[in-house]
Design a protein around this ligand. Structure first.
Ligand SMILES: [Zn+2]
Length: 123
């Protein structure tokens, strides 16, 4: 009689547990390029030196989407270590900069977010 193991909640393509920092939202039918551990933590730093995209949604409390830099962690399911991602979101797409200028306060917030991401990545 073979020893029964507890059924895994992992998708068939995931042979090892998620890193501690992963949100754990994986699906059996995820395409290969979408088989990525994503952090359950994210920091967003709003960039005040760029134009905002007008907001057309139903939330009356806002009228624009300013450029925001999102800091988070990701790791492909076959990769040995995570990478830290800086992702621009919002702002006018046609004015999205190829390099970023920021205030000293914004740079400090990004630096703090990067340090937190490094701490999470190293466990
Ligand atoms: Zn995961």
């Amino acid at each position: 009689m073979s020893k029964r193991t507890k059924p895994s909640k992992r998708p068939f393509w995931q042979s090892t547990p998620c890193p501690k920092w992963c949100c754990g939202l994986h699906h059996e039918d995820a395409e290969v390029e979408a088989r990525t551990h994503l952090s359950n933590w994210e920091a967003g730093v709003t960039m005040s030196l760029y134009s905002a995209e007008p907001y057309m949604g139903e939330d009356l409390s806002r009228d624009a989407y300013p450029l925001e830099i999102l800091v988070n962690l990701e790791q492909g399911y076959r990769e040995a270590a995570p990478t830290i991602s800086l992702e621009p979101e919002g702002g006018l797409k046609e004015e999205r900069p190829s390099s970023l200028n920021m205030t000293v306060d914004e740079a400090e917030r990004i630096a703090r977010a990067l340090l937190k991401a490094v701490k999470l990545a190293r466990g």
